[in-house]
Design a protein around this ligand. Sequence first.
Ligand code: BMA
Length: 326
Amino acid sequence: MEKSSGVIRKLEKPVLTRKDIPFDSALVFNAGVCKYGGRYVMVFRNDYGDVEKRKLSGTNNGLAFSDDGINWEVSPKPFFAVKTDEISRVYDVRLTVTEGVMYACFACDTRHGLRGGVGRVRDDFSGIDIISLSAPDNRNMALFPEKIGGKYVMLERPMPVYSRGRDAFDIWVCDSPDLVYWGNHKLVAGIENVPFANNKIGPAAPPVRTEKGWLTTFHAVELIPGRGKNGWEDRWEKIYRAGIMLLDPDDPSKVKGLYDKPLIVCDRDFELEDGFRRDTVFPGGMILEDDGEVKIYYGASDTVECMASADVNDLINLCLSGAQPG
Ligand code: BMA
């Protein structure tokens, strides 16, 4: 079986599964995580439905808190769900604390396309106030934890279906004076820069600042036509792996190094067992601790939420060992 990088240490079980959720829950995954007010805060995606019949009926997002980043207490009610005539659901939240304020980037399904949202998490955790929604289609966004050159900065993954073909998506960066008006879009990395992707790549957890630059995970998708049944659906032909790269501290459109092999793959039974979409790793949270430990939170098989850790210098060295695209 394909293995995660040797620098990665995984916990022996997921940090959150549907069994931990005090409300209707079938799949718990793709969480955003940050440190705020001395605690760890998580917003996780919760797809609910009938697990026995393998039928999903909706999505909301739950909230959880932790003192150590490993043991989580889940709030009793769903935290963030939007359903209007226009918006059918919001999901895959990534949390970033910038200048002491907690923001959330999230995906938003609408009648007129897939949009990426930026919102402010209320101080009393009563919800998220939406600040801006991107033009469609663009739903994978991750905000940097600091302004650069006086501007908010965000990684994003526009979806140029008309010109690039289905699913040929890359990682871009843009900036904004106010989190509403986004511009100055630049390409960060293309699919061709990631040897283990043939389909699409996209931002994962919000970047963390290190002495060598912005360290950031990304998701990389390999499509294997004919791979067949790998989960609940009749067909799941994609493999989602997590990669890692290092971006220039002052100009994050410049890649200082990109590790040319997968960082995290699904290689544990608890990541695969009864998985909705097996072999899917989707990181949404990354925390750099004072002692150099990096915690990476990722959805596994679109079914459970897991955590792995690594030493920050090991991750930087991996990026610099395969230094491209330059
Ligand atoms: C993407 C998103 C993610 C999901 C992934 C794999 O397109 O929908 O939420 O984890 O597919 O199913």
